[in-house]
Design a protein around this ligand. Structure first.
Ligand SMILES: Nc1ncnc2c1ncn2[C@@H]1O[C@H](COP(=O)(O)OP(=O)(O)O)[C@@H](O)[C@H]1O
Ligand SMILES: [Mg+2]
Length: 251
């Protein structure tokens, strides 16, 4: 299990303020290479802010991040990607009017002769990315705006995995999905882990968290109020941490 080796990413004392809102205060977080790590917490707890810092979209006001033991500044999303951190945001960031292949390569299209987008390479690559994830999408040339929520989520995840990252961060990947589609996304997350990619998932769904996560980090009012091995906690304890009911102190 993961506890026997060093974390790939170590964050210490991360703080972030927005005007007079303290979104994160002194948050510590470790990510191991081969785990599914769930980050849970109420609305406004700081979950999205935390992953935006890890994915280079925000800079922390205080704190440091080490990757493979080296202090690292994640200056922007491209740098994050180069460091092996890919993110699937809550809004998925797909372009509805473009097709599946184009969305899988958004912002990093294969080119020939320095300028000409290599459409065939895109289609071949898209086919491979989706096949590796065992995701079935009827047509690579369908506009993504026409696809189901689960298919769109799979494409956003496929784009993140195609960077061959070490960790994929997902903000509420099943929030907008039905039961069957959610299950497919969860299966996909488990396959990613089996293939050696860490997954950091934000979820409000306690059943989901307890089905897939190896460890659970609880944020409340911008602080990390607990990190638990899934096997050593209960949904009841996690919910108490989320809402701030002290446990084990007779309160
Ligand atoms: N860009 C921003 N500008 C101002 N306040 C923000 C911004 N992003 C987040 N916040 C505030 O920071 C706090 C944490 O937000 P967020 O990280 O989105 O929480 P969560 O994802 O857990 O719901 C909230 O009070 C939120 O209103
Ligand atoms: Mg959020």
């Amino acid at each position: 299990m993961s506890s026997s080796h060093e974390p790939f990413l170590v964050a210490r004392g991360l703080s972030k303020n927005f005007a007079n809102v303290s979104a994160l205060q002194g948050v510590d977080l470790d990510i191991f290479d081969d785990e599914i790590l769930a980050v849970v917490g109420d609305n406004g707890a700081g979950k999205s802010t935390l992953i935006k810092i890890l994915s280079g979209a925000h800079q922390p006001d205080h704190g440091e991040i080490r990757i493979d033991g080296k202090i690292t500044r994640i200056t922007d999303p491209l740098r994050a990607r180069a460091l092996g951190i890919s993110t699937v945001y809550q809004n998925l960031a797909l372009v509805d009017l473009r097709d599946v292949a184009a969305n899988l390569y958004l912002g990093c299209e294969p080119v020939r002769w320095g300028w000409f987008i290599d459409r065939q390479a895109m289609l071949d690559g898209a086919r491979k990315v989706l096949a590796d994830l065992k995701v079935h999408i009827p047509s690579l040339t369908a506009e993504v705006g026409q696809l189901s929520g689960g298919q769109r989520q799979s494409i956003a995840i496929g784009r993140a995995t195609s960077h061959r990252g070490r960790v994929i961060i997902m903000d509420e990947p099943t929030a907008a999905l039905g039961v069957k589609e959610s299950q497919k996304v969860l299966d996909l997350i488990i396959r990613l882990k089996e293939a050696g990619t860490a997954v950091l998932i934000i979820s409000h769904n306690m059943r989901q968290v307890f089905t897939i996560a190896d460890r659970i980090v609880v944020l409340r009012h911008g602080r990390n109020v607990g990190t638990r091995w899934r096997s050593e906690t209960t949904p009841d304890e996690i919910v108490k941490l989320i809402v701030g009911i002290e446990t084990g102190q007779g309160v």
